[in-house]
Design a protein around this ligand. Structure first.
Ligand SMILES: Cc1cc2nc3c(=O)[nH]c(=O)nc-3n(C[C@H](O)[C@H](O)[C@H](O)COP(=O)(O)OP(=O)(O)OC[C@H]3O[C@@H](n4cnc5c(N)ncnc54)[C@H](O)[C@@H]3O)c2cc1C
Length: 408
């Protein structure tokens, strides 16, 4: 059994670990529970792009601005959780030239730096880029190693007094008189706790956690595949400059390139089809930018599920659903000490955590400022230490399995 915490955070992805860290740094007594290893949900299975925001600039300027703000912060505080590669948006023969111009103008409007490259600069940067490229612009994209990022947040939370429990699923909530009065935890904890406040940071599973409190949080999960291939000759992130579609991003790792992705609605984030066409299409579309990736060995493939929030219950491929985040205060729905944080991106996890922590502190009467925008993560300058944190929390996901642990 464990002691009753002031705040119980459910879900140990980037968002939950970020909330636990932010609360602990504000001297709030917090316990985080995760049903698997840390990061085993979407965080450790994502594509691993630290968005500059350019992908969203023309369609969602608010989301794009969130990205560029967080991108700059994480470069300062996350050290070896990030690899600063830069990124390119490439317009190929046949792609709409107006789209390229609109994106560039939209980037400038929200403060995302761009740089139009001439042919020689482009060839020097990516010698294997397809010959039918018409134009390319540089943007400040980068690569995230999510296993390290999640574990470093958890380690800092623990160093500030948080209790972190991987392999401890929330199994049930007891609600009485409009309040959660108890939480049944399984696995490594195995018992009931009585928190003052519960934060639902369960990502694509937020609907099922909310349902335990009798609440309705409408998630619209969408799966996507990543295909890692044996190819280490690309330095920047490559983005196809067209409306977001299947297979339009290549993420460079040291000896591999991670191709992706797709977007297919799934009814259940734990039980979904993994289709061969997704792998084939991702390789084919990425090879349209970078032809050699079609002919090298596929090292591994994995799927993840986007935690999209869709209160309007739309349909289609879900690319149209906002990638913005929402902090849902359930006091308005009759459960006064429960909030859910849903949607968003790995790139914006810190901002999601800050907004959630602000709400919780307000409810608990805690007056303390957020420090996470300037406080460097532990181990940031020491890859081996970060990788020890990953091992401590059983936090290895497929996204960065080719990188994490190398330094140990
Ligand atoms: C294919 C794909 C590619 C993506 N690529 C990118 C990208 O390149 N860049 C980017 O910024 N974002 C990307 N994203 C989005 C990003 O992965 C997510 O937005 C982010 O990781 C969500 O983090 P989270 O902590 O909110 O959710 P999660 O990481 O899913 O964490 C929620 C956790 O809750 C746990 N949980 C569920 N139920 C319970 C329970 N009952 N008890 C305890 N724990 C529970 C789960 O196991 C899970 O670990 C991508 C997503 C997908 C699917």
């Amino acid at each position: 059994m464990i002691a009753d915490p002031s705040v119980l955070v459910v879900g140990g992805g980037a968002t939950g670990a970020g909330v636990a860290r932010d609360l602990a740094l504000r001297d709030v007594d917090v316990t985080l529970v995760e049903r698997g290893g840390l990061g085993s949900g979407s965080s450790g299975r994502s594509h691993g792009l630290l968005h500059s925001g350019a992908r969203y600039a023309e369609a969602d300027p608010v989301g794009a601005e969130e990205c560029i703000v967080e991108n700059s912060i994480l470069r300062e505080v996350a050290g070896e959780c990030i690899r600063d590669t830069g990124g390119l948006f490439v317009q190929l023969d046949g792609d709409d030239p107006d789209y390229f111009d609109k994106k560039r103008a939209a980037c400038e409007k929200v403060g995302i730096e761009t740089d139009l490259l001439d042919e020689a600069e482009l060839r020097e940067m990516v010698p294997d880029l397809v010959s039918t490229v018409e134009r390319a612009m540089w943007v400040p994209d980068a690569v995230i190693y999510p296993s390290r990022l999640v574990a470093a947040n958890a380690a800092d939370a623990a160093a500030s007094g948080a209790a972190i429990h991987p392999h401890a699923p929330l199994q049930d909530l007891r609600v009485a008189d409009g309040r959660v009065t108890g939480a049944r935890l399984g696995g490594s904890v195995d018992g009931w706790v009585e928190p003052d406040y519960v934060v639902n940071a369960a990502g694509a599973w937020a609907g099922s956690v909310a349902a335990m409190a009798g609440l309705d949080v409408k998630m619209a999960p969408a799966r996507g595949v990543m295909v890692s291939v044996d190819y280490g000759d690309v330095d920047p992130v490559l983005n196809r400059c067209r409306d977001p579609d299947d297979g339009d991003i290549v993420i460079p790792h040291e000896d591999e390139a991670v191709l992706g992705t797709t977007s297919v609605p799934v009814p259940d984030p734990d039980d979904y089809e993994k289709a061969d066409w997704e792998v084939e299409r991702s390789v084919k579309e990425c090879a349209a930018m970078l032809p050699p990736v079609a002919d090298v060995e596929v090292v591994r493939t994995w799927w993840g599920v986007r935690p999209l929030y869709d209160p309007d219950e739309g349909d289609g491929d879900r690319r149209g659903i906002s990638r913005g985040f929402f902090v849902l205060d359930s006091a308005e729905d009759g459960v006064e000490n429960f909030a859910s944080v849903v949607g968003g991106k790995l790139t914006t996890y810190r901002q999601m955590a800050e907004a959630t922590t602000d709400l919780v502190c307000d409810r608990l009467g805690v007056d303390a400022d957020c420090e996470t925008a300037s406080r460097v993560l532990p181990g940031a300058d020491d890859a081996a230490r970060l990788d020890e944190f990953v091992a401590r929390y059983d936090g290895q996901g497929p996204t960065d399995v080719d990188i994490v642990g190398r330094a140990l």
